[in-house]
Write a protein that binds this ligand. Structure first.
Ligand code: 5GP
Ligand code: ZN
Length: 114
């Protein structure tokens, strides 16, 4: 998608520092972090969200990216939260599938951070 910011970042059109990259996904820090560690895991192919016919190989790469990034940033042991906002009511603002990985501080016990 030519006007999609995450397509441009994930495919190198906008130079970015990746914490993880393989043939299907990249991971980079969120521009507006909500926790000490706030990383986005983003497929290189454009899918609007988690239920937009995402190939199993891409989902497997996302899991590998989460494992690598949480090890690298030191939150694998302390714990972290993965969030995929889906649709406007959930607060999705970038309509290209991405998983937020948050950690590095107590995040609270509720599903919805207050
Ligand atoms: P959403 O609200 O769609 O679940 O999350 C989109 C996230 O992307 C937000 O947390 C926002 O800060 C982040 N974001 C938007 N544009 C950019 C960008 O150009 N670079 C980076 N690194 N993050 C971005
Ligand atoms: Zn896109």
């Amino acid at each position: 998608m030519s006007d999609c910011i995450f397509c441009k970042i994930a495919n190198g059109e906008i130079p970015s520092e990746f914490l993880y990259e393989d043939e299907r996904v990249v991971a980079f820090r969120d521009l507006n972090p909500q926790a000490p560690v706030h990383v986005l895991v983003v497929p290189k192919d454009h899918h609007e969200n988690f239920v937009d016919d995402v190939p199993a190989e891409t989902l497997a790469s996302m899991e590998r990216a989460v494992a690598a990034v949480t090890r690298e940033t030191g939150i694998a042991e302390t714990g972290f939260r993965c969030i995929m906002n889906t649709g406007a009511a959930a607060g999705q603002t970038v309509m290209h599938l991405h998983m937020h990985v948050l950690g590095g501080a107590p995040l609270g016990e509720g599903l919805i951070p207050s």
